[in-house]
Design a protein around this ligand. Structure first.
Ligand code: SF4
Length: 505
């Protein structure tokens, strides 16, 4: 446990996030407590416009050697570590950056480690690049800005710039500013994965009531169709959960409903997360094909059987291969595969072997996630049971997946980060030319209004001129969703009506 002791909580979240990046899974106390490793003590003095920050060890600590490739800025911080930091409290961004810079230096000193993204704990590094490009900065100016401000490594800066440029090119080819997208959540899965923090219920338990869920969903979809009438629908994404947990008949009915309610004549992409191979059948794939689904995802996460067993996926590696080949055979020409680096008990050789098997299948895109153990995941809630599992995600593993993606002719096209991510890395989507998922970019860069239906989904309405997003969240609990669907419709209506009769101005 780590103590965070501050006389003012204004920057507590920023401090905690950076600590979490160095110490994933660690717990925090906000007042003096026994059994803490060390304290981070901060004093805000608004009158004198300074901030002091120090780390106090509660146990004997041998400091490791400092990394050889230390930034000048970090060295500078360490040289003045005893002195308070002069800040302008009217400039929150700047103040935050100064405080995080000092804390980062102190944590590098304590751990002997640098973080690949430096002090950057936000989820969208590409947004920084996009903004700076918009302000007219050159690529090299952006690179030195990120280095100076966040101590981000050269490699990650390059990744962020490359991805942002690709995203910009893809978005430039469509009139996304006058369109919107639709997300439909199907919150059922064959079983619950160990690391899952999504809205997901085992389909076996809900089999008898999926019809009721779909009824509520159709009601909400109908209301949304009215709300966006006259607007262009650019992309539709079915996620969850695992939409293919539904039966072929239910999928048929659901996609027919979509066609009946919405004008799909302009859509550039219709994705269905087929996700778990243990939910896929030929009949279901045929249903998707017949309804013009353009992109599917078949997600192995790993091609190591013992890991699949360990994380509760209850399907085999062969099932992944068979489903993939079956989908290819049926004419699906845009298949994504999701992978996770840093899964329990996996090492570099497991990652290499997984990537070899993926390369042999030749998907059109892959999304490489770094394991993030979120609060609601079993891996976290049942920490004691799983405490002996070795969870290691390394830069070398990430680099290896990037190398295989390049070998497969793929480029990084979207990038985001999560809190609590093992090793503070990132999630990257790679795609072959013409196979990138536009919806992923639109949602991540918050470039478009996304209407969302179903339990646990979030609608995001973009007020472009005000550069502001309004969110309407649906309840996560399926039972509650079915009972309160009218309320979910009302939540959307409220954020839309505050915009007058247009959701785009
Ligand atoms: S397939 Fe995805 S949504 Fe379903 S349980 Fe696993 S992690 Fe959760």
């Amino acid at each position: 446990m780590i103590e965070i002791l501050l006389n003012d909580r204004a920057y507590e979240q920023d401090i905690r996030e950076l600590l979490m990046a160095f110490y994933p899974g660690e717990t925090f106390a906000y007042e003096p407590s026994p059994d803490t490793e060390f304290s981070v003590e901060g004093i805000i003095d608004k009158g004198r416009e300074w901030f002091s920050l120090k780390i106090i060890s509660h146990r004997q600590q041998d400091f490791p050697e400092l990394p050889p490739d230390l930034d000048e800025g970090v060295e500078e911080e360490l040289a003045h570590a005893e002195e308070p930091i002069k800040v302008d409290y009217d400039n929150r961004t700047e103040t935050k950056s100064r405080i995080k810079g000092r804390l980062y230096a102190l944590l590098v000193l304590r751990t002997g480690r640098l973080l690949p993204w430096g002090t950057l704990t936000g989820i969208r590094p590409t947004k920084i690049v996009m903004t700076k490009l918009g302000e007219g900065m050159s690529q090299s100016e952006i690179a030195s800005y990120m280095k100076r401000t966040y101590y981000t490594s050269h490699q990650k800066i390059e990744l962020a710039i490359k991805t942002a440029l690709y995203e910009r090119e893809l978005l430039g080819a469509m009139d996304y500013e006058n369109g919107c997208s639709l997300y439909i959540g199907i919150p059922f899965c064959p079983t619950t994965c160990l690391y899952c923090s999504f809205t997901s219920y085992p389909i076996e338990k809900w089999k008898e009531r999926t019809g009721l869920y779909l009824e509520a969903l159709y009601h909400e979809m109908g209301a949304v169709a009215d709300q966006i009438k006259g607007k262009t629908l650019d992309s539709v994404y079915f996620g969850g959960g695992t939409p293919t947990s539904l039966s072929a008949e239910e999928l048929d009915q659901l996609l027919s409903k979509l066609e009946e309610l919405f004008d799909l004549s302009h859509i550039k992409e219709l994705t269905v997360e087929a996700g778990r191979p243990d939910s896929i059948t030929r009949e279901k794939l045929m249903t998707l094909k017949n309804h013009g689904v353009t992109r599917i995802s078949i997600n192995p996460q790993t091609m190591q059987q013992r890991t699949l067993d360990l994380i509760g996926r209850r399907h085999t590696v062969d099932m992944v291969k068979n489903c993939f080949l079956m989908a290819r055979d049926m004419g699906f020409d845009n298949i994504n595969m999701d992978l996770i680096v840093g899964l329990p008990q996996e090492d570099m050789e497991d990652v290499r072997d997984t990537m070899e098997q993926i390369r042999a299948l030749a998907p059109d895109s892959i999304t490489v996630h770094s394991l993030a153990v979120k609060r609601a995941a079993r891996l976290n809630t049942m920490k004691e049971v799983y405490k002996d599992l070795k969870i290691v995600g390394t830069q070398e593993m990430i680099d290896l997946t990037a190398k295989y993606a390049a070998d497969m002719g793929m480029e990084p096209y979207y990038l985001y980060r999560q809190k609590n991510m093992a090793g503070n890395f990132e999630n990257v989507g790679y795609a072959r030319p013409g196979k990138a998922c536009l919806y992923n970019i639109l949602i991540m860069e918050e470039q478009q209004t996304i209407m969302a239906c179903g339990a646990g989904t979030t609608t995001k309405v973009l007020y472009r001129e005000e550069n502001r997003i309004e969110r309407a969240e649906n309840v996560k609990d399926v039972g509650q969703y079915m009972e309160r669907v009218e309320e979910m419709v009302g939540r959307k209506r409220r954020i839309l009506s505050s915009l007058g009769d247009s959701i785009y101005n």
